[in-house]
Structure formats: structure tokens, C-alpha cells
Design a protein around this ligand. Structure first.
Ligand code: CTP
Length: 423
């Protein structure tokens, strides 16, 4: 057997109607490059954007698109039983609604209703359709049943509109697929094992594709804002991207995730309970309220200090008066507090943004804060807020150097490592 990451893994790809469907062709190429066997189902909507012939060429297999044609009869049941993972990319608002409500009026919807394999969806639609309460309710329903999601991202769309709804990049979907399947590969119990403790998951026969089903995870992200007076505050440059990606990656693996976030410009990740706070003290209170948890990943850039006495009224500049002096006081350390908490999560992961002696400081920080792992990154080049990260994972066993990766890949890899550690 080849050593490719997805060698011989059986993936069923369902493409529904979205202008982003062309990206799914690139996804097929990546999946095949990793060794996966890919079968494809094309909906009538999907066929407006990619051809059956292109898909057949890339998958090397016949493409399925008809519930009632010659292949019908029990064809759809056989198709539903075949995959280890079903990937719906792009997942249109319409197909997500059908999935949420159990409709089965075409081949894609029927296979999705008939399959016992885990399902990963990559939504793609116009921002207004994504933000519509009906779509959000459908996503919440699907998440509660254990359907995993990757994306959607935010940004410019085909239409003259910008916002959430962009299909995740093929590499991100590949990372989510790999994160789903990798723990099963690593686990000697994977083949034939039933998912344990998967109370909330819809696929108890799955081979570990939601390895964190039944687990609770707490993630912090973003900066904190420390008030000076009612209109001014002290902040930092954290975008929250890495922490949001981690929350989404843990949810993709089946965990019930609470994200405690400082102020960011990011939308709440799908399927994640997001609590917005401002200051370090509010973040600590929200984290303690979210316990008990099995996993804590403290990614927030918490302000070390706050202004000792916040002014009740806006500070005024009096003519001729000296500039005010701000006296600072230490904030609580949330990571250290949770690491020594009576309800300490089983696995506590901290981050360390360093500008020099990155690993050395991270090793010392792990010991000082009492956490299990530290993910350390070098921020000396002013990389905070960027889309990629080069990290070192510091554990009791030693240090792993990871290559530079998009933040979504760092998140998927970390989530897979967490799943492995808890297996
Ligand atoms: N952290 C926290 N609460 C704080 C400060 C930091 O929970 N008040 C957490 C961060 O979320 C991160 C880790 O501690 O997971 C390390 O943060 P970092 O800012 O690198 O560490 P500091 O405690 O600020 O250490 P130093 O200033 O010495 O680098």
C-alpha cells in the first residue's frame, strides 16, 4: 500500500449548484493526489457549472446524477453505503435545507439521507442567503446531528457583494478531510470500531471521523480591550483568525465548542457557540462559566495589564493641564488560572507569541503556566493578523517544528493532534 495520506480512502463528493463548483474540480485533483478514491454525485444545479465529463475525467469513475435512470433501483443505496466520508462541496443553501429536513427528491438528497457515513459540508452561497435565519437554523440543526462544516469564508464573491458565503479553498477542504480521516488512520482501533461516547453524533458506526464527538472544547480568541474611560481603550493587533479556525476545526471533528472571543471583525464560526466579551476579566468569567470542558485552547492575545482605575466619565483635556498618567495593574492570567482550576480541562493548550528565543521561552512558559501543550510562534516579523503561521508544538515529550501553513491548516492539524491525544 502506498504511503499517501489518503491512500485507498473512499470519498463520495456531492456537488450542488454554485458558481464555486469549479473549485471542487481542484479538490478532486488534490484528493486523488493524496491517494483517495473519489466518486462524484452531481446535482441538476451543479451541472449548470461543471460538466459530468470533467468530473468523470478527474475522478476516473462514472459520475452519478440520476435517481430514476438506468442505474437507479438500489443504486443510490449502494452509493450511500460505499464511502467512509461524504463531502458536500459546494453545499448550496437548497441542499443544506433538504439535509436539515430529511428531503429525498433527487439522488444527492437521497444518498445523504441513506448514508451512515459521516458528512462534511462546505457551504457556498450569497452572503444574504448564508446569513438568513433559515440557513443558520439549518446549519445549527445539522451541527447538532454531527454534520461537520468547513467554511464558508468571507471575501469578494462572484456577485458585486462581499461577505460570508465563499466556498472554502480546496486546500482547506482537503485539510478538513484529512483531519477527519487521519485519527482513524493513526488509531489501531480504527477499523471496525464504533465511535464511543458519540451521543450527539448521527453516525455511531463511523470509523472515528468525528473523534471528538461527545467532547466539550473551550477556545479563546482575539484581543481584549481594556477600558481607559467610556470611549477609550487599550488593545492589540490580534485578528482572532487562528482561534476562530481552531474552534471551527474542533467542531468539524465533532466537539461541542464554546468560543470566547474578544472584539474581532470575524463572523461567528458555524456550529460553534460564540460568546463575545471585551476585557480580560470578562474573558476569564466567560471561560469559568463554560467549564467543565475536556479541552481548552487558549489562543486569545489577552492584555497583560489594564488601567488600574477606569474613569467613569470621558477624560477631558483641560487647557494648560498636563497629560494624564495611566497607572496599570496586572490582569488575571486565564491560561494559568484554568491550568490550576478545580475543574481543569483534561487537555489545556496555550499559545506563545514570541519575538526571540521562541522555543526556549515556550518551554519555560509551559512549565510556568501549568498547561499541557504550548503552540509557539515567532511574531518578530510583525506577522500578527496574517493568514499563515509557522509554529512549534511544545509538549512534555518534546518540540515539533511545523512548516509554515495557512492558519486553517494549523488549526486542522492541531485539532487532529488533540483528537489523537484524547483517543
Ligand atoms: N494568557 C492568558 N491570560 C493572560 C495572558 C496570557 O490566558 N492574562 C494566555 C494566552 O492566551 C496564551 C498564553 O497565555 O495562550 C501566552 O500568552 P503570552 O502573551 O505569550 O504570554 P504572557 O503571559 O504575556 O508572557 P510574556 O509576557 O512573558 O511573554
Amino acid at each position: 500500500m502506498s504511503g499517501l495520506p489518503l491512500a485507498e480512502r473512499r470519498l463520495l463528493l456531492i456537488l450542488s449548484g454554485s458558481i464555486a463548483a469549479y473549485k471542487a474540480l481542484e479538490l478532486v485533483r488534490l484528493l486523488r493526489r493524496e491517494g483517495a478514491q473519489v466518486k462524484a454525485v452531481l446535482t441538476a444545479g451543479g451541472a449548470h457549472f461543471v460538466t459530468k465529463e470533467a468530473l468523470a475525467g478527474l475522478t476516473g469513475q462514472r459520475v452519478h446524477d440520476d435517481l430514476w435512470g438506468a442505474e437507479a433501483e438500489i443504486g443510490h443505496i449502494r452509493l450511500a453505503r460505499w464511502p467512509e466520508l461524504v463531502v458536500v462541496a459546494p453545499a448550496s443553501a437548497d441542499l443544506l435545507a433538504k439535509m436539515a429536513h430529511g428531503l429525498a427528491d433527487d439522488l444527492a438528497a437521497t444518498v445523504l439521507l441513506a448514508t451512515r457515513a459521516p458528512v462534511l459540508v462546505a457551504p457556498a452561497m450569497n452572503p444574504a442567503m448564508w446569513e438568513h435565519p433559515a440557513t443558520q437554523a439549518n446549519m445549527a440543526l445539522l451541527a447538532a446531528r454531527g454534520v461537520a462544516a468547513v467554511g464558508p469564508g468571507s471575501g469578494p464573491m462572484a456577485e458585486p457583494e462581499s461577505g460570508p458565503g465563499r466556498l472554502a479553498e480546496p486546500e482547506e477542504i482537503l485539510a478538513a478531510v484529512t483531519a477527519h480521516l487521519a485519527p482513524a488512520e493513526a488509531s489501531p482501533r480504527a477499523s471496525g470500531a464504533t465511535a464511543s461516547g458519540a451521543s450527539g453524533a448521527a453516525f455511531s458506526g463511523a470509523s472515528g471521523a468525528t473523534p471528538l464527538a461527545g467532547r466539550r472544547a473551550l477556545v479563546t480568541a482575539g484581543p481584549t480591550h481594556e477600558p481607559i474611560d467610556p470611549v477609550r481603550y487599550i488593545a492589540n493587533r490580534s485578528s482572532g483568525k487562528q482561534g476562530y479556525a481552531i474552534a471551527a476545526a474542533l467542531a468539524t471533528l465533532g466537539a461541542r465548542v464554546t468560543l470566547v472571543s474578544g472584539p474581532t471583525a470575524l463572523p461567528d464560526p458555524a456550529g460553534v457557540a460564540t460568546i463575545r466579551i471585551e476585557s480580560a476579566r470578562e474573558m476569564l468569567a466567560a471561560c469559568e462559566a463554560a467549564l467543565p470542558a475536556d479541552i481548552a485552547v487558549m489562543n486569545a492575545a489577552v492584555a497583560d495589564w489594564r488601567v488600574a482605575r477606569e474613569a467613569d466619565q470621558k477624560l477631558k483635556k483641560e487647557p494648560g493641564a498636563a497629560a494624564p498618567t495611566l497607572t496599570m495593574t496586572l490582569n488575571p492570567d486565564i491560561l494559568a488560572t484554568l491550568s490550576r482550576h478545580a475543574q481543569r480541562p483534561g487537555l489545556v493548550v496555550g499559545f506563545a507569541a514570541e519575538t526571540e528565543k521562541v522555543v526556549e521561552h515556550a518551554v519555560e512558559k509551559r512549565r510556568r503556566k501549568g498547561c499541557d501543550w504550548i503552540v509557539a510562534n515567532d511574531v518578530s516579523g510583525g506577522v500578527m493578523g496574517g493568514d499563515a503561521n509557522t509554529v512549534h508544538l511544545v509538549t512534555a515529550e518534546g518540540v515539533e517544528d511545523w512548516p509554515e501553513l495557512p492558519k486553517e491548516h494549523v488549526a486542522a492539524r492541531l485539532a487532529a493532534r488533540i483528537a489523537e491525544a484524547l483517543a
